[in-house]
Ligand binder design. Structure first.
Ligand code: NAD
Length: 500
């Protein structure tokens, strides 16, 4: 049995008595075991980071940028191998895995501009003979806790920017698909990052709690479910850590009567069923406004029936299995609840069996119509290939659905009317909004993040928000003596102090 270890100081090491199973979801069998770490392993990784940090902080931003350029090239050159590592443990198709890697590489590309991104501000003569400047300095050791659904993209949102800012990093990947993160760090070291600057400690809640409680870790970046995100946020705060915690989603796509239905239909099915719906920006609710629903359904139904479900390595597969037996059971139960609560299951993807993959966790695309606000399938994040259509009589009702939802990650509107689109963009209380774009994931030089229960903490992922998150601002006010010494001052300075 393949054993996935930790990756500390440039070496694969053991540590911890417990093991977790890593499945190949296409065949439903254990592919590897992963070591689940403990406090000792976390502390060992931290002691190494501390040592490496003293030299890393002295490395100029220009040199760090150089490493990033090398890293970008290495990630591109190793894309096939990385995608294979993702797909075999996650189940998504190879092309989809490559696409997610590409999104991560774009963050590395952004990090190549680190000398510019770290530039501070300078004001000459804030008072006579006095100048003020600000610096962005690293926090020290930062940690990242990542979900199963993007095992390379999300770690790449974090450690390249954290380390480019001058920090060391401890990564705790999802225990369901940890292999690709180790490959990412091996390549980072090959690109020139010192060994031990980024360490990978595998594990579950036990390791997460050690990270949150560790006094040497200054900041925690988390991406995962809202329940855990809220826990991470509260516990990190009680240990005085800076925290960004991105959570779950229920993304709506509003289709107006004037929309180009063909365009909306294609966009909708890609956004709903790509990666088997296991994307935090997947569209899980289509809000059909006015008379759109019947037209939309007759357009998407044959297209959905044509979606090919299969193993990751079949080039014809449009979507693979879901990640685990647990996810498979949870999604099937939610589908049953939808039928019990009275929604119309127009396309039922349950019970599909693929020859040679009979025990795989495959669920075909499912389509519900006439979903209501009080149903479980509407209120819970399904995180599987299940799309719900909610019929809405007008725009205001559709907008209110978006606004009333507890989650606020992404949403989109399909319309030809600029006024409606502008109103929607302004009024939706959602972090990422698409206009005739189904999955409005911002490019790497903007920032990614939701609102409401989709985020806890004041910073988004990547972009300038990440630079702010991974640095402390220091503002220096300086005056050089010009011969006359003024002696000590005991009262609070007034405005005139600067003029002295
Ligand atoms: P998860 O919350 O179960 O796990 C995420 C991480 O937290 C993992 O590393 C896991 O080991 C750890 N963890 C799990 N339970 C824990 C606990 N009780 N205490 C401490 N740590 C714990 O999420 P997942 O199933 O891996 O990922 C899917 C979820 O992530 C979905 O809800 C999805 O919407 C969300 N997600 C959000 C974004 C975003 O950017 N907002 C991106 C991707 C995924």
């Amino acid at each position: 049995m393949n054993l996935i270890k930790h990756y500390i100081n440039g070496k694969k090491v053991e540590g911890g008595d417990r093991r977790g199973n890593v499945f190949n979801p296409a065949i439903g069998e254990v592919a590897s075991e992963v070591i689940l770490g403990n406090k000792e392993v976390v502390e060992n990784a931290i002691s190494i980071s501390k040592r490496v940090l003293t030299e890393w902080r002295e490395i100029t931003p220009a040199k760090r940028a150089n490493i990033m350029f090398n890293y970008k090239k290495l990630l591109e050159d190793n894309a096939n191998e990385i995608a294979e590592l993702v797909s075999v443990e996650h189940g998504k198709t190879i092309e989809d895995a490559k696409g997610s890697l590409q999104r991560g590489i774009e963050v590395v590309e952004f990090a190549c501009g680190i000398p510019n991104l770290l530039k501070g501000e300078f004001s000459n003569q804030v008072g006579s003979g006095i100048d003020t400047f600000s610096l962005k300095q690293p926090l020290g050791i930062c940690a990242g806790i990542t979900p199963f659904n993007f095992p390379v993209m999300i770690p790449l949102w974090m450690f390249p920017l954290a380390t480019a800012c001058g920090n060391a990093f401890l990564l705790k990947p999802s225990e369901r698909d940890p292999s690709s993160s180790i490959k990412l760090v091996e390549l980072y070291e090959q690109a020139g990052a010192p060994k031990g600057l980024v360490n990978v400690v595998n594990g579950d809640k036990e390791v997460v709690d050690c990270i949150l409680e560790n006094k040497d870790i200054a900041a925690v970046s988390f991406v995962g479910s809202s329940k855990v995100a809220s826990y991470i946020y509260q516990k990190s705060a009680s240990f005085n850590k800076r925290v960004q915690a991105l959570g779950s989603a229920k993304n709506h796509m509003v289709i107006m009567p004037d929309a180009d239905i063909d365009q909306a239909a294609d966009a909708l099915i890609g956004a709903a069923y790509g990666s088997a719906g296991e994307r935090c920006m997947a569209i899980s609710v289509a809000v059909a406004v006015g008379d759109v629903a019947d037209k939309l359904i007759s357009n998407i139904e044959p297209k959905i029936n044509n979606i090919k479900v299969g193993p990751y390595n079949d080039q014809k597969s449009d979507m693979g299995p879901v990640v685990s037996k647990e996810a498979f059971d949870r999604i099937n139960n939610l589908i049953s609840s939808g039928t019990k609560e009275g929604a119309d299951l127009i396309i039922d993807g349950r019970g599909i069996k693929l020859q040679g993959y009979e025990n795989g966790y495959f669920i075909g695309p499912c389509l519900f119509d006439k979903v209501k606000k009080n149903m479980k399938i509407y209120n819970e994040e399904i995180f599987g290939p299940v799309l719900s259509i909610v019929r809405s009589s007008n725009y205001e009702e559709a907008l209110n659905l978006v606004k009333d939802n507890v989650y606020g990650n992404g949403c989109s509107i399909f319309t030809r009317d600029g006024d409606t689109a502008r109103n929607f963009s302004n009024e939706a209380n959602i972090g990422m909004v698409g206009v005739n774009i189904p999955i409005p994931v911002p490019v790497a030089y903007f920032s990614f993040g939701g609102w409401k229960n989709s985020i806890f903490g004041g910073h988004n992922a990547y972009g300038m928000d990440a630079i702010r998150f991974y640095t402390n601002v220091k503002t220096v006010t300086s005056k050089w003596p010009q011969g006359v010494r003024q002696g000590a001052e005991f009262k609070m300075p007034t405005l005139g102090w600067y003029e002295a």
